[in-house]
Design a protein around this ligand. Structure first.
Ligand SMILES: [Zn+2]
Length: 275
């Protein structure tokens, strides 16, 4: 790479990226009471993410069904869906279009303490999360609120876009050195962004803050996010935890959650009054 003039390199990179797919700056959500207003750079389209997500979700469900792991406990499924049914109507505060998403909520029988929400509202909660953490409904709302927030903020699309940029730079370098093609399909990045890649700390903070607001508005105690992460940290110390690998935690997370749970407390009280 030392042979390449940096200005030439940057202009070539811009050309390569323009060829990949148009880059756009987007405002995925309204700020809400917690005031998340960061703009995001996207290369991969929402449509590509949702197509990848629908396909992947159907596959996960089919595999679970084959193994007898899909919604094995009717009571557990009903409980998780009841929490989701209170959270989902609150998403309109952050983005109106989410109210029209084709939301799906399923429980997968697994020892893993994990949960996720794919783009477009495809939710999975693992039975291990419920059992191992002996989770309360308020804590369940905290986890699901956090996961739904990732979907509202389109963090998977953002990760896919960052991956596309990184790989374009690599393949551009390779092309300039005569090692390969510059062209890449952005659809493959959609898959990469869906699962496996860890969220950045900034994205985790956004999901935490939006998550407590969703829970509070749905009438769940937002302070449960704090006890949830305390339980997670304790469990994570005993065994490797999938959830913590894709949702990196930081020492100041609990402090931030405490502040934001306090901030949305009036929304919680208001919601309790009307239920
Ligand atoms: Zn997360």
């Amino acid at each position: 790479m030392a042979l390449i003039n940096p200005i030439l390199k940057n202009s070539m990179l811009a050309v390569a990226l323009a060829g990949l797919v148009a880059c756009e700056t987007v405002q995925t959500t309204q700020g809400g009471a917690v005031g998340i207003d960061r703009k995001q750079q996207m290369l991969v389209s929402s449509q590509e993410m949702e197509a990848a997500s629908s396909k992947e979700y159907a596959q996960v469900l089919a595999q679970a069904r084959d193994k007898g792991q899909l919604n094995r406990s009717a009571a557990q499924t009903q409980r998780v869906r009841a929490v989701a049914n209170r959270l989902i109507p609150q998403t309109g505060v952050f983005r109106q279009d989410a109210l029209q998403w084709k939301w799906e909520v399923n429980v997968l029988a697994s020892d893993e303490a994990n949960a996720w929400c794919m783009p477009g509202g495809k939710i999975a909660v693992y039975s291990g999360l419920i059992d191992k953490l002996n989770i309360s409904d308020d804590e369940l709302a905290a986890v699901m609120g956090h996961e739904i927030a990732h979907a509202l903020r389109e963090h998977a699309r953002e990760r896919a876009s960052q991956q596309a940029v990184a790989n374009s730079a690599i393949s551009l370098g390779a092309a300039l050195l005569g090692l390969g093609d510059v062209g890449q399909q952005s659809a493959q990045y959609a898959y990469m962004g869906l699962m496996g890649l860890p969220n950045s700390r900034a994205n985790e903070t956004e999901a935490d803050r939006i998550g407590v607001e969703l829970a509070a508005r749905a009438g769940y105690d937002p302070k449960a996010a704090v006890t949830l992460w305390q339980k997670m940290a304790k469990l994570g110390g005993e065994e490797p935890m999938k959830f913590l690998s894709t949702h990196p935690s930081s020492a100041d997370r609990i402090a931030d959650l405490t502040v934001y749970a306090q901030r949305v407390e009036p929304l919680y009280r208001q919601s309790r009054k009307t239920r």
